[in-house]
Design a protein around this ligand. Structure first.
Ligand SMILES: [Zn+2]
Length: 113
């Protein structure tokens, strides 16, 4: 019996598998960051608002790592937990931060500017 596979099926499978690996990696990293940080990492938490979100540091933001393996895209060293308000302020460059020790990234202290 002759088996015919739809054209492009293997490419589609690969894309779905890649997306599943990406989602799994991001889910793992988010859980790790939430366990590590537990609260918004912005120093003045009196103005925190909204739910807690896991933020990528700007140098590792998703648009800069497109196409890289999931483990390179999502690493808890380059993510931290922020409330929605401070996440937005960080992404809009109204506040910025510097990682104090690049070998440990956000596992260690960060300095806000
Ligand atoms: Zn906050």
């Amino acid at each position: 019996m002759l088996m015919l596979w739809p054209k492009g099926d293997s490419a589609r499978t690969t894309r779905l598998e890649r997306r599943a690996r990406e989602t799994a990696a991001w889910t793992r990293v988010k859980a790790e960051v939430r366990r590590r940080d537990r609260i918004c990492r912005y120093p003045d938490r009196t103005e925190c608002a909204g739910r807690l979100e896991v933020a990528h540091l700007h140098e590792r933001r998703r648009s800069k790592t497109t196409g890289k393996p999931p483990a390179d895209r999502h690493d808890a060293r380059w993510c931290l937990l922020l409330c929605a308000k401070h996440h937005r302020a960080y992404d809009e460059h109204r506040v910025d931060l510097v990682v104090m020790d690049r070998t440990v990234g956000a596992h260690g202290p960060v300095m806000w500017e």
